[in-house]
Design a protein around this ligand. Structure first.
Ligand SMILES: Nc1nc2c(ncn2[C@@H]2O[C@H](COP(=O)(O)OP(=O)(O)O)[C@@H](O)[C@H]2O)c(=O)[nH]1
Ligand SMILES: [Mg+2]
Length: 307
């Protein structure tokens, strides 16, 4: 992936000591602008710059490499802070099937992400069953079914308008009967009707507790990386209605920025579990904070190398 805007940050630092040659207030101001242009929100940008200012004072950073290394450490620290790190590994259920609920508004890439996760786990030898829990629109059920066929995955579906909790109930039972390792459930993301959404998800949670003896192992919120700061406000709205345990950041290939990753971590204290990097089933990666930060600062040469 290429994050052109973030490279401006790196380049600014690299030019620092070849050009003007000192770290002054102008440098911090330019860095602030560049970070904000890269989708790092103001609050997070100020935190990063405060940290850099302190390091310049106390550690006497003297080369652009030292400044870059400090920035990398600082961003990595945001992504791996204890509150996030403890929730970072994908949770597996103590008994099969592991149940993942996937939530998010229409259009963010929810169905595609479910299909990709299914492909990801299948390719590692696990058996996956999909649950068409977005019963609100017939199109949502159809779309998941198309993906299920394409990725050769079992699916449990009811007809449009039926009770999503009943779909999850059947999916858990079917998953157990067929020896599925994972049940991945789609849900309706009707933010305009938060009370209803909450009721629906509470009911799903009750069914999970009764059938599996525990809550869903993950409740994953899908966000669209190309929507910048809107993704943050969408997440806050969702988190007011649902106990989200992690994020899936779709369409990261569609943005030249990348700072949204830092913003979401700093503001929500939630781990990004997966990133979506395209429209094909294989275009998904488990999120690796250190690898991501390295990628932000890679020189053009290196970023051209496929990873
Ligand atoms: N480039 C790109 N497109 C994506 C990605 N994930 C989803 N999309 C596209 O985004 C659109 C909406 O996706 P969909 O899964 O239907 O969203 P949903 O309404 O949330 O279920 C579709 O055209 C997808 O192909 C991604 O990671 N990269
Ligand atoms: Mg969908």
């Amino acid at each position: 992936m290429r994050f052109g805007f973030f490279k401006n940050v790196a380049n600014k630092v690299r030019q620092l000591f070849t050009g003007r040659g000192k770290i002054d207030e102008d440098f911090f101001e330019e860095l602030e602008t560049l970070l904000i242009q890269s989708d790092v929100n103001i609050h997070t940008t100020l935190t990063i710059l405060e940290d850099l200012r302190a390091a310049v004072r106390t550690e006497k950073l003297e080369s652009s490499e030292q400044v870059l290394e400090h920035l990398k450490r600082s961003l990595t620290a945001i992504l791996t802070q204890p509150e996030i790190a403890q929730k970072q590994p994908l949770k597996r259920g103590e008994t099969s099937p592991t149940l993942y609920l996937v939530v998010g508004v229409n259009g963010v890439g929810k169905t595609t992400s479910i299909a990709k996760m299914s492909h990801y786990f299948s390719s590692k030898g696990s058996k996956v069953l999909l649950a068409a829990g977005d019963t609100f629109r017939a199109a949502a059920i159809d779309q998941l079914e198309i993906w299920a066929k394409r990725t050769n995955t079992d699916i449990v579906k009811h007809k449009e308008g039926s009770d999503p909790a009943a779909v999850i109930f059947d999916a858990i039972r079917a998953g157990r009967a067929r020896g599925a390792d994972y049940v991945i459930a789609d849900t309706a993301g009707r933010l305009h009707n938060r009370a209803h959404l909450m009721e629906e998800l509470k009911k799903i949670n009750r069914i999970a507790e009764r059938e599996l003896g525990r809550l869903p192992d993950e409740t994953l919120l899908v966000l669209d990386a190309t929507t910048g700061q809107n993704a943050l406000s969408q997440a806050k709205q969702f988190m007011g209605a649902v106990a989200v345990t992690g994020l899936i950041l779709a369409k990261l290939d569609g943005t030249a920025k990348g700072g949204i990753v830092i913003t979401l971590a700093n503001e929500l204290k939630l781990p990004i579990k997966f990133i979506g990097t395209g429209e094909k089933p294989g275009d998904i990666e488990e999120f690796d904070p250190r690898k991501f930060v390295e990628g932000l600062f890679e020189t053009d040469n290196k970023s051209d190398t496929p990873t």
